[in-house]
Design a protein around this ligand. Structure first.
Ligand code: BTN
Length: 252
C-alpha cells in the first residue's frame, strides 16, 4: 500500500496543513490510522481520495464511495481531551457551514452526524480516535451517480451543485482546524441545534436488542441526544435513531 510521506501543503488562515491525494484507496480513515501507527504523519494532516473500495461507515456499515464524491479524512489533535461527542458534533457543523458558504444550500442534521438535503442523506461522518488524536472521516455525495445510489444506502442523495471537491475539503478543514481549538464553543452547539429539527418528534432506537420509543427533548452539551419515555429521561450517546414519518419530513 502506498505510503503518505510524499505530500503537499495547504495554507489555511495562516496555518499549514500537510495533505496527500490518492486516486484510489480502501478507506482514507484506515490509511490515516496506518500512517500514524507507522510514524509517517502527525496532526494536522488531510487525506483525500477520488474513490474508496472499502469506505467505512458508522456501526460497522460500509460507505459506498464511487468516483465523483468527496472522501476525506482529517487528523487532528484537539486542544481539549478527546471527547467523541463534541468532535462529531463539531464535524457535522463544519461540513454544513462549508457547504452553505460554497453553494448556499442549507443542510439539516439527523443525530448524530448524518447530513440531509431535501430529505436525503448527502453526507456521513465517521470520527475515530487514534492515541490522543482524532480522525474525522467525511464522505459527501457531490453528484448523483449514473443509475442513482444503491438502495441499501438508504435514502441517499447528492448536492448536485457543481461544487469543487478540493475547495470544499479546504473550507471544511478550515472550520475544523478552528473548532479543534474551541470544542466547547456555544456557537457550535447552537448551530448544531438549529440544524437538528427533531425536537418534540417521536423516534425509536434499539438498546441491548430491545426496541424503544421516545420523544426527542434536545441535544445535550456533550452531543448526546436527550429523550423522554415512559421510564423517564435518558441521554443517548451512540447508536442510531429511526424516525417516524412526521420526524422524517422535518429533514425535507
Ligand atoms: C456513515 O455515514 O456511517 C459515515 C460515513 C463516513 C464515510 C467517510 S468517507 C471518508 C472516510 N473514510 C472512510 O472509510 N469513511 C469515512
Amino acid at each position: 500500500m502506498e505510503g503518505l510521506c510524499a505530500h503537499k501543503e495547504l495554507q489555511i488562515g495562516g496555518r499549514t496543513l500537510p495533505f496527500a491525494h490518492l486516486l484510489q484507496t480502501d478507506s482514507t480513515n484506515l490509511r490515516i490510522k496506518e500512517a500514524v501507527r507507522q510514524g509517517e504523519i502527525l496532526a494536522p494532516f488531510l487525506l483525500l481520495a477520488d474513490r474508496q473500495s472499502m469506505g467505512r461507515g458508522r456501526l460497522g456499515r460500509s460507505f459506498v464511495s464511487p468516483e465523483g464524491g468527496l472522501y476525506m479524512s482529517l487528523l487532528l489533535r484537539p486542544a481539549a481531551p478527546w471527547e467523541a461527542g463534541r468532535v462529531t458534533l463539531a464535524a457535522a457543523v463544519a461540513v454544513c457551514r462549508a457547504i452553505e458558504e460554497l453553494t448556499g444550500l442549507f443542510l439539516k442534521i439527523k443525530w448524530v452526524n448524518d447530513l440531509f438535503l431535501h430529505g436525503k442523506k448527502v453526507c456521513g461522518i465517521l470520527a475515530e480516535g487514534v492515541g490522543e488524536m482524532v480522525i474525522i472521516g467525511i464522505g459527501v455525495n457531490l453528484v448523483t451517480p449514473p443509475g442513482g445510489f444503491p438502495h441499501e444506502a438508504g435514502p441517499a442523495g447528492a448536492l448536485d451543485a457543481g461544487v469543487d471537491r478540493f475547495a470544499l475539503a479546504e473550507r471544511i478543514s478550515a472550520h475544523l482546524l478552528d473548532d479543534a481549538e474551541r470544542l466547547h464553543s456555544p456557537a457550535i452547539l447552537a448551530d448544531y441545534r438549529a440544524r437538528m429539527p427533531l425536537v418534540g418528534r417521536d423516534i425509536s432506537y434499539t438498546e441491548r436488542g430491545i426496541e424503544k420509543h421516545a420523544r426527542v427533548l434536545g441535544v445535550a452539551e456533550d452531543g448526546g441526544l436527550m429523550v423522554s419515555h415512559a421510564a423517564g429521561i435518558q441521554v443517548l450517546r451512540s447508536g442510531e435513531v429511526s424516525l417516524g414519518s412526521a420526524a422524517f419530513s422535518d429533514l425535507e
